[in-house]
Design a protein around this ligand. Structure first.
Ligand code: 13P
Ligand code: SF4
Length: 301
């Protein structure tokens, strides 16, 4: 631990804060976090937390979800302009208009959406539970899956259940090509290719397994394989290598980087804990409706 990390750990105790970090953020942030996980695991932690302050090292939709699930806590997003370009592809207004056009459909929103958008849908999902959520829905009604067309198509293919899709995508995962996967296989023969389901369906088909970031960590822990090519944001390599010292991990030739996930720094976390700012606040009306969709996801067995 460096001096700044130690200062953060002291402030964290003083503030009775819990630090949640996504698997993609830089390793010094993962080191000072109380919990590091995927979007689903972070929301589950926030739901169970009784901390007075939650510090979210990730992007805005994650901090908003934490606020929905832990409404009495002060929720800090140390880098307020860390957003998710995919979340910005489906505004609450646009989804409201789509509902008016498809009144019979069940609207499923990936958690990578703003609280405004969650307030307009029936249920949320993450990449870790999307198949379970879609399977739980009545099959006599059409489904509109938003905003990630790639995750939607990948789930529909797995479940053999056609859906309607929004046209959004994660720009960094959507840019992965079959050629990149093939080049990585040629450079690292025998390595298993794990890919995130935000990638295009034809690219997912060229990999060995599509998993959420939490799913990748669990899969690698239990797998007999000794080497893996990881086709998702490179921040996850820190945990994969730390937790699996006997195994080897490779990125694609050009590592996948989400600029928003890399915006947060240790200085920002220290300042947020001192100032108790910047906070995430949601209007009561939006929070109530968005929480229904998130709660329905968490309660789906
Ligand atoms: P998961 O960690 O839930 O797999 O999500 C990846 C992601 O892109 C978060 O923005
Ligand atoms: Fe959004 Fe993609 Fe970055 Fe995840 S990796 S936060 S989906 S832009």
């Amino acid at each position: 631990m460096n001096a700044l990390q130690e200062e953060i750990l002291r402030l964290k105790v003083e503030r009775r804060a819990l630090i949640l970090a996504h698997n993609y953020v830089d390793s010094p942030l993962q080191e000072i976090a109380d919990f590091v996980g995927d979007s689903l695991e972070l929301s589950q932690k926030a739901a169970k937390s009784d901390a007075e302050v939650l510090v979210v090292c990730g992007v805005r939709f994650m901090a908003e979800t934490a606020k929905l699930l832990s409404p009495d806590a002060i929720v800090l997003l140390p880098c307020p302009d860390a957003g998710c370009p995919m979340a910005d592809m489906a505004s609450g207004n646009a989804v409201r208009a789509a509902r008016a056009a498809m009144p019979d459909a069940t609207f499923v929103a990936y958690v990578n959406t703003t609280a405004d958008t969650k307030a307009e849908v029936d249920i949320c999902c993450t990449s870790g539970n999307a198949e379970k959520i879609v399977s739980s829905l009545p099959d006599d009604k059409p489904i509109l899956f938003l905003p990630d067309r790639n995750l939607g198509h990948n789930v529909a293919r797995k479940l053999d259940r056609p859906m309607n899709y929004w046209s959004g995508c994660c720009p960094v995962h959507d840019a992965v090509t079959i050629e990149m996967i093939e080049n990585a296989r040629a450079a690292h023969p025998g390595a298993e290719v794990l890919i995130h389901p935000e990638c295009r369906p034809e690219v997912v088909a060229a990999a060995d397994r599509a998993l959420s970031t939490g799913g990748m960590l669990r899969y690698v822990r239990e797998s007999e394989s000794k080497s893996f090519i990881i086709a998702t944001e490179c921040g996850i390599l820190f945990r994969l290598r730390n937790e699996n010292p006997g195994k080897e991990f490779f990125t694609l030739q050009e590592p996948i980087v989400c600029r928003d996930m890399k915006k947060i720094t240790l200085d920002m976390v220290r300042d947020a804990l001192i100032d108790l700012q910047p906070r995430v606040e949601l209007s009561a009306d939006v929070a109530e409706r968005a929480l229904n969709a998130v709660r329905r996801m968490i309660e789906t067995k």
